[in-house]
Design a protein around this ligand. Structure first.
Ligand SMILES: [Zn+2]
Length: 326
């Protein structure tokens, strides 16, 4: 698969890094904030060093003369938003305090590489190889935040005001959004997996939840007054696009509650939603198993820390089952 990254100007000094295809695991978006007076920042980093190097090269001519990328604002701790930051060893890596804890639970680059390329033929390994085999983490080192905060953090990238705002638990326990008030732009991270008629995306995969928290985070994004929203995955959205994503999340929350009450397990509930095909244009329907597992923990009042690899294993099993029955 050919992975492309477009660096698109969306406001004065602000660029969205949009990955195409717009659907698929790990094909994350991000951004560049480049002030004419010198300093610059990335929002998130690509999944592997090759993609990150490509973005570093694409960023260079957009910087002010002598300007450097001094910081990376990390929306959450998943590798597809973090690991490529290792190409900027001097940069300050800013994330929420909670993201540091999240990173401890997520597989690191070496673990992911070993899992994807183990050579086993079980459904989980086949799933990983199919969806993650195109990334190269051979020279990826773990990246950790160098500066953390809770609540909100107001910063300047040169003359551009930036507000980092904690909105988790949502997609992960430690999500933040990046709000540029003067440009009316929000980088939403994986609080939003976007889809439009022109560029269909994927079903959401939310590791923390609950869905009501993600809906609230989407509402927070609208409340900033932003006109341009850069999602963690998928095409750029306007405000109507965020509203329609909220409707989809409300549908998921409603169905999750009903299926939970009816005694379905998360696996059975995800299979049921896959069968109902309410959003046939969205890919990776098996990911609803992860999202529903998160929602079920909330509905059950459970405080256990989920094991992402165990949930991912069930998801791969569901993908295999759906494929066999198609
Ligand atoms: Zn992501």
């Amino acid at each position: 698969m050919m992975i492309n990254q477009d660096v698109l100007p969306i406001a004065d000094g602000v660029y969205a890094r949009l990955t195409t295809p717009s659907a698929g695991w790990g094909l994350s978006n991000g951004g560049l904030i480049a002030c004419p007076s010198g300093p610059a920042a990335w929002v998130d980093a690509p999944y592997d060093r090759r993609l990150a190097e490509e973005f570093r090269v694409a960023s260079a001519p957009l910087l002010a003369p002598g300007g450097t990328v001094e910081s990376v604002f990390v929306t959450h701790g998943n590798g597809d938003h973090l690991w490529g930051a290792s190409v900027l060893p001097e940069a300050e890596i800013i994330a929420t305090e909670e993201t540091v804890h999240h990173i401890e639970f997520d597989p690191d680059p070496a673990t992911m590489r070993a899992l994807v390329h183990s050579g086993a033929t079980d459904p989980v390994t086949r799933y990983l190889l199919r969806h993650f085999g195109g990334f190269d983490w051979s020279d990826c080192v773990p990246v950790l935040p160098t500066r953390t905060f809770t609540g909100e953090l107001d910063l300047q990238v040169g003359r551009i005001p930036v507000r980092l705002r904690t909105v988790g638990p949502a997609h992960t326990s430690g999500d933040l959004i990046v709000h540029l008030p003067e440009q009316q732009v929000v980088f939403a991270g994986d609080v939003i997996f976007a889809s439009t008629d022109e560029q269909p995306g994927d079903h959401v995969v939310h590791w923390a939840g609950p869905l009501s928290g993600i809906i609230r985070a989407c509402q927070d994004i609208l409340d900033t007054g932003a006109q341009t929203i850069v999602p963690g995955h998928g095409p750029l959205l306007d405000r109507a696009g965020v509203r329609s994503h909220i409707s989809y999340l409300e549908y998921l929350a409603e169905r999750a509650g009903a299926l939970h009450s009816a005694g379905f397990t998360p696996y059975e509930a995800a299979r049921q939603l896959a069968t109902e095909r309410r959003y046939p244009e969205l890919g990776l329907v098996e990911r609803l198993l992860v999202t529903l597992s998160s929602e079920y923990r909330y509905l059950d009042g459970s405080t256990e820390t989920p094991n992402p690899l165990a949930v991912a294993g069930q998801m791969a099993q569901l993908a295999w089952e759906l494929e066999e029955s198609a």
